[in-house]
Design a protein around this ligand. Structure first.
Ligand SMILES: [Zn+2]
Ligand SMILES: [Zn+2]
Length: 235
């Protein structure tokens, strides 16, 4: 049975539309026996998202919370143009341990057609701006998965199997099959907007097992795979 030891996509009140604090999310994660979490709030590209000063301070916050769980400083960014650039200043983003991005309503990318949206996502991946593309297959903001998966495989970017917005089962199965065939690393994460959602992995694990998804492509399966994939410290 595949074990998932970390939930790397968790929102807090800093996102503007999520319920809980970093500490509350830690408490639930510890109860669920997770070994690490990622604090991955929305950036300034999403209306109501957190700004520069929050992300600038986040590494200090997560380093100084003394709780028996590893906390990574992360962001879920938005792409702001066709070049694949992101909303937060590069100097601020580079202080964070994991940069993710996704397509969200009421942002620049939501107003584009599928072709332009896909091109922007491919550029963000190819240029190394992001290390994870969140919820790549379920959204109202569709992208063409084929070029995205190719770019992600070539540049070592992970795709997310998102357990709080799973979409229909057929879409998830198709997504996993494509990632498996194409050797795309994935992360399984909750995208929690309330602490009770942290680490809700049961259905996803069943699906991975049912589809025979290669375990070594699941990045959040072990401390070593997280450290080597993201190049993060975790003592
Ligand atoms: Zn959100
Ligand atoms: Zn998202």
């Amino acid at each position: 049975m595949i074990e998932l030891i970390a939930d790397l996509h968790i929102h807090t009140v800093a996102s503007g539309h999520a319920a809980d604090t970093i500490r509350k999310n830690c408490e639930i994660a510890i109860k669920k026996d997770l070994k690490a979490i990622g604090i991955t709030d929305h950036g300034p590209g999403l209306p109501g998202g957190a700004g520069f000063v929050y992300f600038y301070t986040l590494p200090r916050i997560v380093a100084n919370i003394k709780m028996p769980i590893k906390i990574f400083s992360c962001v879920e960014e938005d792409i702001i143009n066709k070049k694949g650039e992101l909303s937060l200043e590069a100097g601020c983003r580079s202080r964070l341990e994991i940069v993710m991005a996704g397509c969200h309503p009421r942002t620049w990318i939501a107003r584009q057609n599928v072709k332009t949206r896909t091109k922007a996502v491919v550029n963000a991946i190819t240029k190394g701006y992001i290390k994870v593309l969140t919820h790549p297959y379920r959204t109202n903001n569709n992208i063409d998965l084929k070029p995205v998966l190719e770019a992600a495989a070539a540049s070592g970017t992970a795709l997310e199997l998102n357990t709080s917005k799973p979409g229909d089962r057929a879409a998830m199965l198709e997504f996993l099959e494509k990632c498996g065939n194409n050797r795309n690393p994935i992360i399984v994460s909750s995208d929690a907007h309330v602490a009770e959602e942290v680490g809700t992995f049961t259905e996803a694990v069943k699906l991975l097992e049912e589809t025979g998804f290669p375990e070594k492509l699941v990045v959040n399966r072990s401390r070593e795979s997280i450290k080597s994939f993201f190049g993060v410290k975790w003592d």
